[in-house]
Design a protein around this ligand. Structure first.
Ligand SMILES: C[S@@+](CC[C@H](N)C(=O)[O-])C[C@H]1O[C@@H](n2cnc3c(N)ncnc32)[C@H](O)[C@@H]1O
Length: 249
């Protein structure tokens, strides 16, 4: 019983760190409230040079991408299960991802050169799409299973002494329009900004590339797990762009 309570406590702490990193991400990407954001540095020393800024930022994003994708693979999870109870695997994944994100926010080097600046109604529209993106991302986690995605369900199931079942395949609401609404939400939040700097553009391009690659791996795993059901879903529902935008990918 003590071990199960410890797992639950660990899951709650991981979820709290995730919540902090997600809330900070809102401020970081949109340049709201937080002391250090994508375009705003708190450094008092000399600003880093362009080459250093690009290298450091790419390294930070690569660290997140590698951890996030390697730890999500079934083979890695099987290997990890030798050392870590299945009930706290997802929380560990969430905790590490969140800590790396916080590291990224802390060590990010702004590159302030302006790429575009919108004003008036265009600026309002872009800000609206930006917030719509975050809303879609959060709502999507609730549509497939928010507490499963962030490791709390597994810890609660373990507390009851029950076995942890695998994820179930779901296609509610937004998942009938595109196969990856959570990622679509992130893309909208990253790209829609009234003021695009070179640093923000680097962030948006690198994360878009990562999302496109990561989704290939995720879909391979989903096909391996759900077989014909997922293949059929893939044929019927576009990947990221709703059909009104054209070809079903
Ligand atoms: C961070 S979520 C992203 C989900 C999806 N790629 C999206 O953008 O909305 C990744 C987890 O969701 C799971 N997943 C993806 N599509 C799913 C679906 N339709 N039903 C249930 N789980 C799904 C994946 O197996 C993976 O464990």
């Amino acid at each position: 019983m003590f071990a199960r309570l410890a797992i639950l406590l660990y899951a709650i702490v991981s979820y709290a760190v995730f919540t902090a990193s997600f809330l900070y991400a809102l401020g970081f990407v949109g340049n709201y409230v937080v002391p250090k954001s994508i375009d705003k540095s708190v450094d008092v020393g000399a600003p880093s040079n362009l080459g250093e800024a690009i290298v450091v930022n790419l390294l930070l994003m690569s660290l997140f991408a590698i951890q996030h994708s390697v730890m999500a693979r079934p083979a890695f999870k099987r290997w990890l299960a030798q050392f870590l109870p299945v009930a706290c695997q997802r929380s560990t994944y969430v905790l590490l991802s969140s800590l790396i994100l916080l590291l990224l926010f802390w060590q990010w080097r702004p590159i302030p050169a302006l790429v575009w600046q919108a004003s008036g109604i265009t600026a309002w529209l872009l800000t609206g799409v930006h917030w719509l993106g975050w809303l879609i991302a959060f709502a999507s986690t609730c549509m497939i299973d928010h507490f499963d995605l962030f490791g709390l369900r597994q810890a609660l199931v373990a507390l009851r002494g029950a076995g942890i079942s695998g994820q179930s395949f779901r296609t509610p609401l937004l998942y009938r329009i595109v196969r990856h609404p959570l990622m679509l939400g992130f893309l909208l939040a990253f790209w829609a900004t009234p003021e695009m700097t070179a640093g923000h553009l680097l962030f948006a391009i690198a994360n878009t590339a990562y999302i496109l690659v990561a989704l290939q791996f995720e879909e391979q795993d989903l096909i391996a797990e759900f077989g014909a059901t997922y293949q059929d879903y893939r044929r019927r529902v576009p990947m990221l762009l709703p059909r009104i935008f054209g070809a079903p990918r």
